[in-house]
Structure formats: C-alpha cells, structure tokens
Design a protein around this ligand. Structure first.
Ligand SMILES: Cc1cc2nc3c(=O)[nH]c(=O)nc-3n(C[C@H](O)[C@H](O)[C@H](O)COP(=O)(O)OP(=O)(O)OC[C@H]3O[C@@H](n4cnc5c(N)ncnc54)[C@H](O)[C@@H]3O)c2cc1C
Length: 637
C-alpha cells in the first residue's frame, strides 16, 4: 500500500518541504504526496506591505500553486481543513477527508488581538493577500472621501491612520504608508500636514529584534517620514472610527477610520485546535529535536507552527522565513529516513542570519551575519541584501519566472521612484521610437556583409592578412613606427598616431586606445589571441570557414533587425560580433555606436512595427506547453 504524505499549508515552510519531497521521492511511486491549502496560491507574506501601500502590483505577491508544482508528482488540493484526527490519521476539510501516514503541519500564524475589545472586528489586518488588497483599497477610499469632506473633524478622522505594533511588520507598514502618502496627497489635492500616521507600541523601542542602536535609527527614519511613534502605550479598545490608547494610566481616544493591526501573532486556527498536540504560548506546537510533534512521531511541524529551542540555543526558533527554509531541509531528510527505514534522523540545528527591515522602498536597516557576529548594514546594502535574499527564495520557489517578475515589479516598473535604486530602471521608452535605430543598425549590418562578399570574403583566405595588418597598426603606434590602417588590412599605411590608453591588466587583458586620424580601440585578450593563432590561422580553409560565418552572420543579423524578428537574439549576437571584432582587429570610433545601439534594442526593440509583435506571443504560448519548460519555470508571464 502507498505511503501517504500530506502537507497542510502552502506557505513558505509547506512549499519548500513539498518541493524537496517531490524531488526526493520522484521515482518512488509507492509514496503519494499531497499539499493542501485554503488558497489556490502561495502568498509572499513578507511583501504584503508593498501591495497594501501600492508600491507593487497585487499579483506580485501571489504565486499559483499549479505553476509551482507543474510537472511534479504531487497533488495540489484546494480546501480549508477544519479538524485533524491525530489518532485516526485523517484531516477533514470543507470538501473532503484526507488520510495520511505522515503529516507535515505548516499552517502558519494569524494576528493575535489579546482580547482587546473591538480589535478583531474593527481593525484592518495584514496577514494575507486579501488583507493587503483590502487595506490598499481602504486607504484609497478614505482619501477619496476626505477629498470631498468639508467637516474638519470627519476629515481629520479620515486622514488619521493608526498602525498598532512597532515590530518589523508594523514598521514596514508604517514606513510604506508614509512613502505613499505624498503621492495620495498630490492626487487627491490634500495637504500632507492634514494626514497623520501614528504608530503605537507597548514596548519602549521599535523593532526590538534589532540592536538598540538600529532601533533608534529606524525610529529616526520613521519620524523623518512623518510617522508619529508613540511607545510604552497600550491599546485598550478599538471602535469603527476610533482607537483608545492608554499611557501611564491615562486613556486617550484617537479618532481614526483606519486602525491597522500588526501587534501580535498566534498560531493558525487549525494549530490552536490541535489540542492533542502539546501547545506552547499562543498556538505553537512543541516538537522534539527532529521537528516531530511531541508524542506523535508521524507528525512533523514546520515554519511558524514550530516551538523548539534547538540544542545549543537559548531561544526558540524565530517565526521567520529563514526558519521555514532550514526546517524544510531537515524534515525532508528525516522523512526519507522515516519512510525508508534507512539512515539516522538528524536533529534540527538551524543557524540564523539576522533581520532586514525596509522602511518604505528606498530605505532599510539590517542586522546580519552569523550568530554572535552580526553587523549592521548601511541602508543601501540593507536593501540590496533584502532583495538578494528574496531572489534566493524565489529561485527555489519558481525559478527564473518569479525572479523575472520580482525584478520587473521591484525595479523595472516601480512607481514614483519607490526603490532603493530610485526610478532609474523604471523609466520606459516607447519601443516605437527604437524602430528607426533598429532599421539603421540592420541596414549597416546587411551592407557590411554584402560589401565583404564583393571583397571576396567567400572565396579566398583573408583573415591572417587582416588581423596581422591590424596588429601592426596598433603596435606601430605604440612603438612609434608607421602602422597600418585598422580596417584596411595590410594596405593603407598610417604615418603616425598617438597612444591614448595602453593598459595591461593582470597579463591576460590589454586595453589599447589610439588616435590616428580617428580613435581606435582594441581589447587584447590572451584566450582570443590563442584561438586566433591556433584555430583560425590553422589553414586557408579554416579562415574561409570563419569568413563565411562572419559574412552570413552580418547578413542574417541585418535582415532580422530590418524585419524586427528575434530582435533580442539578433541584438545580443550583434554585441557578440562587435566584441569579437574589438578583440581581433580593433574598432574605429565610427562603428562603436553599433554595440550601444544593439544594447538599446535588446529588450523590446522589435515589439513594434516588426515581426516580433506577432511571432513572440505565438512562440511564448507554444513554449509554455512543454512539460519540462513548466517544470523548470523557463518562461515568464
Ligand atoms: C506582513 C508580514 C511581514 C513579514 N515580513 C517578514 C520578513 O521580512 N522576514 C521574515 O523572515 N519573515 C517575515 N514575516 C514572517 C513570515 O512571513 C512567516 O514566518 C512565514 O510566513 C511562516 O511561514 P509558514 O509556512 O509557517 O506559514 P505561512 O506562510 O503563513 O503559510 C501558512 C499556509 O497555511 C495555509 N493554511 C492555514 N490554515 C489552513 C487550513 N486550516 N486549511 C488549509 N490551509 C491552511 C495558509 O493559507 C497559508 O498558505 C512576515 C510576516 C508578515 C505577516
């Protein structure tokens, strides 16, 4: 009989574990894998604030489970699990029952309201894709209402936003909102001074997981962005249009239409309801050293659901993504042992590498490094590291597809320069403006190719003469003796010239820039010289072969660019050819533009008034139909 492994929850921990298990057991047909989630997509919770404050598109934080598991032997089930019978080994959801031999519980967390009256009913949450979208729509709605509101008190209430909690989630949300507000003010013609963003926390500093110095830095940034941070203050009540705050025994009411709750977490409903398992605190499940629920050897607990103080550590594992990544590896390894009965279980000993927090898209703080050796990073590096870490996760999640869409959303289409690299990568040139450049570059390549046919390039060997002539030209100028024209092969002597640059880099790369009438550049690369001397110079026939390749390449690139077909490939090949020329004969300044033009055309140059407009969408559709393409995520949407 088949061994059934069921993973509950397609969050960070569930997805990574499922992918590892699918790879590990891909040939073992006696093992079935099922992943169950109440959503048909995986949500990037760590980026919720970016959607909530309209920095990135909604779809950027939602990844289809069908896409993630395409081509893998795993059943993806859409259902909400209501109960788990740990004795009978079965999960029951709204749409079915799911027996298991091994269960991986990865159902994550949810906000905790600590019984504060009205908090659950009246505050906006930030714990799911729909929460983020709702929050964004709510903010836009309040500004829309405020724009037409003449009553100052109502207007003030509409334009007051209160973020409860100054942990990393709250600070990220408040920072992001503060960054968005100037755009909203401009759009709805509201003065920035009318908008209040208040952040409240019970503790005496923001983001307590950071060092006090970094907390202070984060606080300064929030204040600079116009956030009022109120510390050592608790929330006593939340209503539909107010929040009550208590400080030093004094209660104060703040009128606001927007209470955003980021003040605490507890286990998911299903974790809280798992009373058969040992619970610690608010719905975290005690595990043994192998991440198995205490007393239940066939139930593994992953991600935020886990409560474990690993050997050698003084604190429980953090409820963070890095814990999910480490746990996924450990559980996959231990399940292999459990299922096959071979090998030894490995205790969970994760090493964590710190925290990175963005305060808006342009600024970040980070405390990173090995345990006990953490360092603080300056803002630019903190943001760079945060994006880099995200990219590593996305590579595991959905390969190139997600990396591409992440870069697109975070850098190439970012609005209002809300990125740590500003808007430099997101300015768009309409591609129809590139059409003349594409046609001209295509024409020049075609012309060059046809000209070479006229010069006999398809008939007799010419490369030795051509390359040697070019070498003599550069050496002649460097050594102060008469050289040869760079483009004219052995003919056309040049009387004198001037060396502008002659750099020898580590003995294998030389950059030479000379002036002899026009300016000429040569990059001498020892590997290329070796290839030229041993392969190209080998015989007359090899020279003719390479000449034919060059002529055909020039003509084909020319035709493709003229027709706007495969423009990306032909532009890239155009750059490669120019690189080969600069490393063999060198290039006069008059032709350098061809390399830069090819760079300009490489993305989208043929998308208008060219065949790519029709051909690329057609090809994309067919390309995605290959199973291995979907499995390796070698496409983008
Ligand atoms: C706004 C925000 C910002 C954050 N920022 C960071 C950050 O910058 N860095 C960091 O390391 N961590 C961050 N975190 C924490 C991080 O997101 C969590 O540690 C991580 O998501 C935990 O992963 P998980 O797989 O355990 O749970 P989740 O990612 O929450 O996934 C749980 C899954 O289980 C599913 N599920 C739950 N119950 C059921 C049920 N009954 N039936 C079916 N499906 C169910 C859910 O739909 C969900 O898909 C942030 C969290 C939030 C909310």
């Amino acid at each position: 009989m088949k061994k059934r492994i069921v993973i509950l929850g397609a969050g960070y921990a569930g997805i990574l574990t499922a992918k590892k298990l699918a790879k590990q057991f891909k040939k073992q047909t006696d093992i079935s894998l099922t992943i169950i989630d109440k959503n048909s997509y995986h949500t990037m919770l760590t980026e919720l604030h970016e959607v909530a404050a309209n920095r990135v598109e909604e779809e950027s934080i939602r990844v289809s489970l069908q896409k993630i598991f395409a081509g893998r032997r795993i059943d993806v089930v859409l259902d909400t699990i209501r109960t788990i019978d740990y004795t009978g080994q079965v999960l029951t959801g709204d749409h079915g029952t799911y027996p298991y031999d091994y269960l991986i519980l990865a159902s994550g967390s949810q906000p905790a309201f600590y019984g504060i009256p009205g908090a659950a009913e009246h505050s906006l949450k930030l714990w799911s894709y729909t929460d983020a979208v709702k929050l964004k729509e709510h903010v836009i709605h309040t500004f829309t209402c405020a724009m037409n509101e003449a009553d100052p008190a109502v207007r003030r209430r509409l334009l007051t936003f209160c973020v409860c909690g100054a942990g990393f989630t709250g600070v990220e949300m408040a920072g992001e909102l503060a960054e968005w507000v100037p755009t909203l003010c401009e759009h709805y013609e509201i003065k920035r001074s009318e908008v209040r963003i208040v952040e409240v926390d019970l503790l005496d500093r923001v983001i307590p997981v950071l060092s006090p110095k970094l907390s202070a830095k984060a606080l300064r940034r929030l204040v600079k962005m116009g956030v009022e941070v109120i510390l050592k203050t608790s929330v006593c009540k939340v209503g539909p249009d107010f929040i009550e705050l208590e400080r030093d025994g004094v209660c104060e009411r703040l009128d606001t239409a927007s209470v955003i709750w980021t003040a605490g977490t507890q286990g998911s409903d299903i974790a809280l309801a798992s009373t058969d398992l040992k619970q610690v605190g608010r719905g975290r499940l005690q595990t043994d050293a192998y991440l198995r629920a205490e007393g239940h050897e066939n139930v593994y607990v992953a991600g935020d659901n886990t409560f474990l103080v690993p050997e050698g550590s003084a604190v429980p594992v953090p409820q963070m993504v890095e814990n999910c990544e480490h746990a996924a590896k450990n559980i996959a390894r231990n399940l292999q042992v459990a299922v096959t009965g071979q090998g030894q279980l490995t205790p969970y000993k994760p090493a964590f590498h710190g925290v990175m927090v963005s305060i808006g898209g342009r600024y970040g703080v980070a405390h990173v490094g090995a345990e006990g050796k953490r360092i603080s990073l300056p803002s630019f590096l903190a943001m760079f590291t945060k994006h880099f870490i995200n990219i590593i996760y996305f590579l595991q999640l959905l390969g190139w597809n997600k990396v591409f869409s992440y870069m697109k959303h975070e850098f190439f289409t970012v609005r209002k320069c809300r990125s740590f690299v500003g808007g430099h990568f997101s300015n768009r040139t309409p591609s129809f403006l590139l059409v003349p450049l594409r046609m001209f570059l295509g024409f020049i390549w075609l012309f060059e190719g046809i000209k070479k046919i006229g010069e006999g390039w398809l008939e007799s060997p010419k490369l030795v003469l051509f390359f040697r002539g070019a070498n003599q030209f550069f050496e002649g100028i460097i050594n102060g003796t008469a050289g040869t024209d760079v483009t004219a092969g052995a003919t056309g002597a040049v009387a004198d010239g001037q060396v502008l640059i002659n750099w020898d880099i580590l003995g294998f790369l030389k950059i030479i820039l000379v002036q002899a009438g026009d300016v000429a550049l040569k990059i001498q690369f020892s590997l290329m010289d070796w290839f030229r001397d041993t392969v190209i110079y080998a015989s007359g026939n090899t020279q003719i072969f390479f000449q034919v390749v060059i002529v055909l390449s020039e003509i084909i690139i020319g035709l493709l660019l003229l027709g706007g077909l495969f423009t990306t490939l032909s532009s890239a090949y155009s750059i490669v050819l120019q690189a080969l020329f600069v490393m063999t004969t060198g290039l006069y300044m008059g032709t350098w533009w061809m390399a830069f033009a090819a760079f300009a055309l490489i993305i989208g140059g043929g998308r208008t008034f060219g065949c790519d407009y029709y051909v690329i969408p057609w090809l994309k559709e067919r390309w995605r139909k290959f199973r291995w393409v979907r499995k390796l995520y070698l496409y983008h949407d």
